[in-house]
Design a protein. Structure first.
Length: 261
């Protein structure tokens, strides 16, 4: 099988699959423009641990890790099979690079099952999760991605799931997309220019170099998965950008595909 791309997805609010005001249909079209993977290794902003943990669940639970949303959201199940062999291989690859990695039968949190539901609604692509380390930096997650790169040759799509801008305190849930804070575009414009230039050093130093970095990410757990996806990409990756607008004033919905040249 040809090497599959790695992805970074802005998964938005948990209501993405049921709220018609959010770009769920456009999000779902992404799967029509990427190769179908044999399986997925997902790094979600919503599973953080001190050291990497790979989920070896054979039938991952759909975890509804949120409160106060419509009942319909809690009734959604995503019964995709697990990918324990992928998880074990990921743990072994990380161990070869000196990154101690545990295994555990974890389910799919909403940072994993929401985008999987939209990309692969038949729930027929096996998926495993790998935790992020919120107290570690971008370079750590880039190193994790580099260690996982070999998985792509076996049809495993490494997907980072977070949000390209994520400051809920600055969000206005009554705002329209056209009411977006202009600083969102300044941040994403800088980030995407550096991605296009493959300027890894600048990207890893984003908190110091990017405009409004701390405002866009008071804490950076929602951005850390992009560095894992970037690390898993080829050195000469092609960059695909799916920009779906900015919602609630400060939450940009942008997806990135790191393809093969």
């Amino acid at each position: 099988m040809n090497r599959v791309p790695s992805l970074y997805l802005s998964h938005g609010a948990p209501t993405l699959p049921i709220d018609p005001s959010l770009p769920s249909v456009e999000f779902a079209t992404l799967s029509q423009h990427i190769p179908r993977p044999e399986s997925v290794l997902m790094l979600s902003a919503h599973w953080g641990t001190a050291q990497p943990v790979a989920s070896i669940s054979t039938q991952p639970e759909t975890i509804h890790d949120f409160y106060g949303f419509p009942r319909a959201l809690y009734e959604i199940q995503y019964p995709a099979p697990g990918a324990p062999q992928v998880a074990e291989r990921a743990a072994a690859l990380l161990g070869e690079q000196g990154i101690a990695t545990a295994t555990h039968p974890y389910g799919l949190d909403h940072g994993a099952w929401v985008p999987m539901l939209l990309l692969f609604p038949q729930a027929d692509v096996p998926v495993a999760q790998l935790s992020i380390q919120p107290r570690m930096d971008a370079a750590h997650h880039f190193r994790i991605g580099r260690a996982l790169r070999a998985l792509r040759d076996d049809g495993v799509m490494v997907i980072g799931s977070g949000q390209i801008t994520h400051n809920l305190r600055a969000a206005d849930f009554s705002a329209r997309p056209e009411d977006a804070d202009p600083r969102v575009d300044e941040f994403t414009g800088w980030f995407e220019a550096r991605l296009a230039e493959r300027d890894i050093d600048a990207l890893l130093d984003y908190r110091r170099q990017a405009p409004h970095a701390v405002l866009m990410h008071p804490t950076d757990e929602h951005l850390l998965p992009v560095f894992a996806a970037l690390g898993a990409a080829d050195d000469d990756y092609t960059l695909g950008i799916q920009s779906l607008g900015t919602y609630q004033k400060s939450l940009a919905m942008t997806n990135y595909v790191f393809g093969t040249a």
